[in-house]
Design a protein around this ligand. Structure first.
Ligand code: ZN
Length: 68
C-alpha cells in the first residue's frame, strides 16, 4: 500500500470562545475571546501543537488581536 505524503499541513482551530467587548474593524461584528489551537502536521503525523489566545470576530473570523 502506497502512502502519499504531500505537504506540511497546518490548521488553526478555535477550541472555545466567549463574547468579549469590542467590535471587528473589518465588518463591525462582535468580537470574542477565543482559545486557539494551531496544529502542524507532516504526512498526517502531528509535529507540534500550540495553544494560544486571541480575539477574533465571530462574524467574519478575522483575527483582531492575539496574545502569544
Ligand atoms: Zn468581522
Amino acid at each position: 500500500m502506497v502512502v502519499f505524503c504531500f505537504l506540511v499541513d497546518q490548521r488553526r482551530m478555535v477550541r472555545s470562545s466567549k463574547p468579549a467587548a469590542g467590535i471587528c474593524s473589518r465588518c463591525g461584528g462582535c468580537a470574542s475571546v477565543a482559545d486557539m489551537e494551531t496544529a502542524t502536521r507532516f504526512c498526517y503525523v502531528p509535529l507540534y501543537r500550540k495553544t494560544w489566545r486571541a480575539i477574533i470576530c465571530t462574524f467574519c473570523g478575522a483575527l483582531l488581536k492575539s496574545y502569544r
